[in-house]
Write a protein that binds this ligand. Sequence first.
Ligand SMILES: C=CC1=C(C)c2cc3[nH]c(cc4nc(cc5[nH]c(cc1n2)c(C)c5CCC(=O)O)C(CCC(=O)O)=C4C)c(C)c3C=C
Ligand SMILES: [Fe+2]
Length: 433
Amino acid sequence: MSDSSKKQDKEPAFLDKQVTRRNVLKYTGIGGLGVLLGASSLGGVFAMTKQAPSETGKADKNETVPFYGKHQAGIITEAQNNVYFVSMDVITTKKEEVKHLFKEWTEAVALMTAGNPVGELSPNHYMPPKDTGEVMGLSPAKLTVTFGVGPSLFVLDGKDRFGLKHKQPKELVDLPKFSFDSLEKDWTGGDLCIQACADDPQVAFHAVRNLVRIARGKATIRWAQEGFQRSKQSDPKQETPRNLFGFKDGIVNPNVQDKQEMNKDIWVQPNDGPNWLEGGSYLIIRRIQMYIEVWDRSTLKDQEETFGRYRDSGAPLGQNLEMDPVDLELKDQSGKLMIPENAHVRLAKGDGKQVILRRPYSYTNGMDAKTGSFDAGLLFICFQREPSKQFIPMQQRLAKMDKLNEYTVHKGSAIFACLPGTSLGGFIGETLF
Ligand SMILES: C=CC1=C(C)c2cc3[nH]c(cc4nc(cc5[nH]c(cc1n2)c(C)c5CCC(=O)O)C(CCC(=O)O)=C4C)c(C)c3C=C
Ligand SMILES: [Fe+2]
């Protein structure tokens, strides 16, 4: 056992002290904490709290999303303004090191989501600071961090890398190729994923940056993409966010408050197998480029028929209100279907039996060097209990004849099993490793 995991075993009680970043700044200011640190990236913060036991400052509850629980945060918790998503390759060959990495990540995330730095800020001028420092003085901005494991963590090129092959869920396999997929290696796959969401892009990036730093020598970045929605501050009515095609996106989604519904469609259940994933969920991410310039030249009628909804109100075609049910039978006076056969909502809905939880973010990535147009689109992220019965048949329908395909192309794709949550003293991944 390394020094840092010993420390964790001895000192988990620290984690509920919730010392805020502001207070940590105070400590470093008055205390001059010149503690010489051990190898652990977290050693400094443990040392620091020992020297400031009387401080009880807590981050504003409205700015924090609880980290501990049966399920990981960032799945059914309300979507924040920003995401930073990173897919990683494991480079160590030792299972113990992967396990240890998850322990260190858990400790770091417990700290960051409560508004604490992951290590000392700058007490020792002769060592690099443990926390990278860019969120000093900021609130946690509802930071959530969600971890997942990909199929290649279990078996890569036919090799049982970590002796975990027997634990690979049958649902955790590479997605089939869908018609018109134009996937690029640089945006596809991964052994592990980190989804960091926050109401501030700097807070989300800080989390990922520090986790990647902790992973040095054990895992490296495979691909990364940030995403955004309109910020809640600029939308006083808190309406459904709009995507880069100008349409309300996220109207029809399962009710995350309904536990029965979540158990039916989102959380892996005891009999689904394997046990280690019970309480977890499957995350599918598609990096979908949207040809916004082409879209901007198409008529409003064409745009609305593409989705099957009105742009302004968000109502389904033939209806009045955003929340009116999508009625696929509705016809106009001439007997023509109001929602065309190839409209996105018709095909996505199907017979209504496949339900996924969508948590998408828009992205912009400068210019597409090949075309000179914007590289912009949707980081489509969704969660479900059984991809083979939910996302896959849905995407097969969409790939075949969705009118939206004229304006989009799927360039990136990955599937991950999001681990169950953990409690104080435990760690994310404890059931797997
Ligand atoms: C395979 C699943 C889906 C992909 C991929 C997808 C891509 C995608 N979607 C939009 C924009 C909208 N989608 C809307 C509805 C909708 N989309 C899916 C699934 C996928 N979308 C579902 C299950 C639904 C709900 C269908 C229903 O039951 O009514 C809408 C309408 C508004 C809403 O309900 O949110 C929009 C707009 C884009 C731009 C996109 C890829 C770039
Ligand atoms: Fe959609």
